[in-house]
Design a protein. Structure first.
Ligand code: X8Z
Ligand code: ZN
Length: 615
């Protein structure tokens, strides 16, 4: 198929996409009402909508919080009831009818009204009251899937016959550190067991999610999620393909280097082509932390408390002029692993919650004192500071969101990137001496492999985005979910399963987002590109420092720059916000240039070795 976007610059690319998605300029309405009258009607409608929606949404947020932090039948039932109540308001047929009428006259409305109405429309499309049975079935199926996921207990039979129930943190630790191939394989396989019981629920959810989205005219659920960017699915896929292509040369070099490095570490031969999945330090190979020799990123956290991790992350934000977190953040959040003796089961994946669209902000984590949680804590606090920055009288409740979802992901990641810079780590005593002495390329290598960086992008923009798009578009057969998953993992990441993965399993469903944050993973890919773009601007234009060795800590100018983006929420077009902040539309150029010195180093290291894998 011809790529219609070829040859356009990014500005044209986004404009074309926006028009295709129906966000272009609309002629003034031919409605009987004059503009002031319809504007007044819209204001009244929005006021009434928000007055009903916010309290119910808050109650649903509280119920979801309880269901995710303390899995029980009672909490699941309460979550279903609370979601049903909010859906009756947001998906009411009257709301759908009015929003369609108002948006048909959008040329007569103010920009801020249109933006709010778009959010109302997308919210209604998640739960259209015109399909009450489907909406009800979806709410129940979502809650059931969430409880099945969050309540799952991993089981592992040890060689001595004993049985272990490892936490997700424990599995990650083994994959990060073990050199015993049998042990690695056992833990990797145990980590995939959660997929099987989630398989049928996922298929059911796919159909229900598609049905609700189609109720308001979206081709499928993936298209509904993409619509929040004002983009068509084709435009989003083109954007993601471009990200994959931009990092492919460096990814291929990292892939070759890592494969040989790991083979040496495990004392085995490097296979031709793909890397076996259980060789890698992450359950999905989404990043590859911890194997750059001579840089033990965990060392500085030995002897620190888990509380220190979150408090140090808060200090980074306050040092730039952000306020201290509200006391209720600390009392209401659930930041550390549940005590196994308590029997309480909670979601094991980090998240940030804006419960009341005001100052009730919370985070769910299972923080341990290590480098990965240090990075994640900065990520989650980025969400929290974003929530707080736009919870002001200037921002209508409906627009208390990121400029787009990728901005929300990118901000905390940006601070994570800043908190991983050597000058900062040194200043606060968190730089291990060997990391300080390591050549710049070694340190750069670690950052290309870890967190959301180069290795992350073929996974986020490739595997996850393509799998979910094809899954919701009906291009992956129900009895070929694992085949479809591994085909994409092989193509984009160059990773192979260690052994046959039968269709009774469902490896895609082992990834929490597939179940409970569906069809949105490109947010992280775009957020990663955005992070490097903002970082490059901050380092060069504000700090006047090298982007690879810079220090935001204590800099009020950087804080002011960020707050000026955050406080807008979704009141402005995201492309315009980005251009005003950095002078450019979305571009992977700063990301690629950040790692430029690494590429030459890797090419020299990989000389004589065959790169790549059969796709
Ligand atoms: O899910 C997350 C955050 C919460 S929004 C911890 N991330 C993605 C993941 O873990 O898969 C951050 C990077 C990608
Ligand atoms: Zn996030």
């Amino acid at each position: 198929m011809r790529d219609e976007t070829q040859g356009m610059d990014r500005r044209d690319f986004l404009k074309a996409a926006a028009v295709a998605a129906g966000a272009g300029a609309i002629p003034r309405s031919a409605s009987a009402q004059d503009a002031p009258a319809i504007r007044a009607e819209v204001d009244a409608f929005l006021k009434d909508y928000v007055a009903k929606w916010v309290p119910l949404d808050t109650a649903a947020g509280r119920a979801a919080w309880s269901a995710s932090t303390d899995v029980s039948e009672a909490h699941t039932a309460a979550q279903v009831a609370a979601n049903q109540a909010v859906n009756e308001v947001v998906g009411a047929p009257e709301v759908i009818e009015k929003v369609a009428r108002f948006l048909a006259a959008k040329g007569d409305l103010t920009d801020i009204q249109v933006r709010q109405l778009e959010k109302v429309r997308l919210r209604a499309a998640e739960a259209p009251g015109t399909l009450p049975e489907v909406v009800k079935a979806r709410v129940e199926a979502e809650a059931k899937q969430g409880a099945a996921q969050d309540g799952f207990v991993y089981t592992l039979k040890k060689p001595d016959g004993s049985v272990e129930n490892p936490s997700a943190n424990r599995i990650d630790q083994v994959l990060l550190t073990s050199k015993d191939m049998d042990e690695r394989l056992a833990y990797w396989k145990a980590s995939k067991e959660i997929g099987a019981p989630l398989r049928d629920g996922l298929l059911k959810l796919r159909d229900l999610r598609n049905k609700v989205a189609q109720g308001l005219g979206f081709s499928d659920f993936f298209a509904l999620q993409v619509a929040d960017y004002g983009l068509t699915v084709d435009a989003m896929l083109a954007l993601c393909d471009r990200i994959v292509a931009d990092v492919k040369p460096l990814y291929a070099q990292l892939h070759t280097w890592a494969k040989h490095q790991l083979a040496r570490r495990y004392g085995v031969d490097a296979p031709a082509g793909k890397i076996p999945a259980h060789w890698l330090s992450n359950r999905w190979g989404q990043n590859w932390p911890g194997f750059v020799e001579g840089v033990d990123m965990d060392a500085p956290f030995k002897g620190k408390t888990k509380e220190f991790i979150v408090e140090q992350a808060e200090r980074f934000y306050t040092s730039m002029g952000f306020p201290k977190l509200p006391p209720t953040f600390w009392t209401r959040s659930d930041l550390y692993p549940a005590d196994p003796a308590s029997g309480r089961k909670k979601n094991s994946h980090a998240s940030a919650w804006h419960i009341d669209l005001d100052h009730d902000v919370r985070s769910l984590m299972s923080v341990e004192p290590d480098n990965q949680w240090f990075d994640t804590a900065h990520h989650e606090l980025g969400h929290i500071y974003y929530f707080l920055a736009y919870s002001t009288p200037e921002v209508p409740h409906l627009l208390r969101q990121g400029a787009n979802r990728a901005f929300h992901e990118g901000v905390g990641d940006l601070i994570g990137l800043a908190a991983g810079q050597r000058p900062y780590l040194k200043q606060v005593g968190l730089l291990a001496p060997e990391a300080e002495a390591a050549p710049a390329t070694t340190f750069l290598l670690a950052s290309a492999l870890e967190g959301s960086s180069i290795v992350f992008l073929p996974w986020a923009a490739g595997v996850m985005t393509r799998f979910e798009r094809d899954f919701y578009a009906g291009a992956i057969a129900d009895d070929a979910l694992n085949a479809g998953w591994w085909e994409r993992v092989g193509k984009y990441q160059g990773i192979a399963p260690p052994e046959d993965r039968p269709e009774t399993l469902c490896d895609a469903a082992t990834k929490t987002h597939i179940n409970d944050d569906p069809a949105q993973y490109y947010d992280y890919a775009i957020g990663t590109v955005l992070k490097f773009q903002l970082h490059d601007h901050i380092a060069r234009e504000i700090l006047k420092q090298d982007p690879r060795e810079c220090n935001y800590y204590g800099d009020a100018k950087v804080g002011a720059f960020l707050r000026d983006i955050l406080r807008l929420g979704a009141t402005r077009d995201w492309d315009a916000v980005l251009r005003e902040a950095t002078g450019e539309g979305l571009t992977a150029r700063p990301l690629v240039s950040y790692f430029e010195p690494l590429k030459a180093w890797l090419e020299a290291e990989n000389q004589g070795k065959t790169s790549g894998w059969p796709e």
